[in-house]
Structures are given as structure tokens and as C-alpha cells.
Design a protein. Structure first.
Ligand code: ZN
Length: 246
């Protein structure tokens, strides 16, 4: 089985299209999203329509999706994120909001788990630190837990309490081989708002046959998205950060 794992599309249609075009040329069996289809960007309705039209697509819910759908309060978000959540919500039909609201906290398939933040707290916890990764490895069953939320691609490898590793993914294409017997938390990065100083969209391929993980960056027309955001009145800071990948 060949998976494409994506995360944090954040209403960025140009970035999503670039990834789906790539997947058109390089098809997979399943596309799984680790949440936050919406929030931040200017095209929530078009992004929802596009992913729901894919026959092999599944997603978990992210914190922005939950806020846009009215399931959680916006007060926990920073001021720009709040503004974008409100604008996204105003641009969505009730049907689209209930689509978002229907997304589950986690998806389990074979020995894989997909969720947004962390196994311990799928909606809110950020996994940046090795210590937090180590704590969280006990909160899921299976070999690999795919997450998003931090918008930074990385791999945590757990062999035992005394032996674990942390790999930051910084190349445009990075191939990683899984160690049989080890367990992993893999952050799929972000399609629509990367925060690792690389503006290109991120997608992760996982092949269950040869246990290979491939991270790939896909450039898209950032300026087009930025222009749409300015036209629609989204906070300038949110448009600007896309250009830097921060
Ligand atoms: Zn996000």
C-alpha cells in the first residue's frame, strides 16, 4: 500500500493543487490528511470541495477546522489566526461546516495512526521537543503515528526508553528507511503554510511494502495566494509569512 500523507492545507488552494497535480503523475492508494484543511488561507470552500471529491482521501480534524466549524472557541488562537478563522467560517456553507465537524480525531489503519497534534492531546499539543515525543509514544498503539500541527517535517524514532532519535527533515527530497521493531512519530509538515523556512508545500510518501518514507517539497505559486489574501482582506502578516515559509 502506498500512502501520501499531507497536513495543514490551511485553505491554500494553489499549494493543494500543486500537491494534487504531483499525485496525479505519481498516484498512491490513499491520501490521508492530518488535519487543518481550513484556517489562515483564502480558499476554504474550494479546498474542502477539492479534497472531498477525491475517492481515496481521508482526513482527521485539526484545531482550526474545529474552530471554523464552531466546535471550539476561537479565544485560544492568536489574533491573526482568529481573524482568518472567522473569515473562513463566513465563506463556508453550513454543509461545508458540518463536513469539517464530522471529521474524527484520529484514523487507525493497519499499524498506522493519523491525528493532528499529539497522541495524548490530538487537537492541541505541539510536538517540537524530543522529551514530549518520548512521552507521547506511549499514547498510541501501532508502529507509526503521523501528525501535523507544527508545520515542521520531522521524524522521531523510538527503540527503547534509553535509545531514541530525532531527525529534522530539511532537504527538498529526503528518503528514510524504517528500522524494523522501532516505533515512530512522523510529522508530515504542511501543504499550505510551511514553517521550516521553505515555502514549498510538503508531502510525505509511505510505502508499507518496503517501509520507506519519502518527504518531498513541491513549489507552488505563493504570490498568487498572497495576492488573493490581500484582496480579501486577510491579515498582512499571514500573507507575508507564506513567502518565507515561517
Ligand atoms: Zn496548522
Amino acid at each position: 500500500m502506498r500512502y501520501a500523507v499531507i497536513s495543514d492545507i490551511h485553505s491554500n488552494l494553489e499549494a493543494l493543487d500543486a500537491v494534487l497535480n504531483y499525485l496525479g503523475d505519481n498516484p498512491v492508494d490513499r491520501i490521508v490528511s492530518c488535519g487543518d484543511i481550513t484556517g489562515y488561507g483564502p480558499d476554504p470552500a474550494a479546498c474542502i470541495k477539492k479534497v472531498w471529491s477525491l475517492s481515496n482521501f481521508k482526513s482527521v480534524i485539526g484545531n482550526h477546522d474545529a474552530a471554523v466549524a464552531g466546535k471550539i472557541d476561537v479565544s485560544g488562537f492568536n489574533i491573526e489566526a482568529q481573524a482568518a478563522i472567522k473569515m473562513n467560517a463566513e465563506n463556508l456553507s453550513d454543509a461545508d461546516k458540518s463536513r469539517l465537524a464530522s471529521l474524527k480525531m484520529s484514523i487507525k489503519e493497519d499499524k498506522l495512526v493519523f491525528l493532528h497534534g499529539s497522541p495524548r492531546d490530538p487537537l492541541h499539543e505541539y510536538l517540537y521537543l524530543l522529551e514530549k515525543m518520548k512521552e507521547n509514544i506511549k499514547y498510541f498503539r501501532g508502529d507509526i503515528c503521523f501528525v501535523g500541527h507544527t508545520h515542521q517535517p520531522l521524524i522521531y524514532e523510538y527503540v527503547s526508553d534509553k535509545k531514541d532519535n530525532f531527525f529534522e527533515v530539511r532537504k527538498d527530497v529526503e528518503v528514510f528507511n524504517f528500522e524494523p521493531g522501532a516505533r515512530y512519530i512522523v510529522n508530515a509538515g504542511s501543504v499550505g503554510q510551511p514553517r521550516d523556512n521553505n515555502p514549498a508545500a510538503c508531502v510525505v510518501f509511505f510505502d508499507t511494502k518496503n517501509l520507506t518514507l519519502t518527504f518531498r517539497r513541491i513549489p507552488y505559486d505563493v504570490e498568487k495566494t498572497q495576492e488573493k489574501m490581500r484582496q480579501a482582506g486577510y491579515p498582512g502578516k499571514l500573507a507575508a509569512r507564506l513567502g518565507f515559509g515561517i
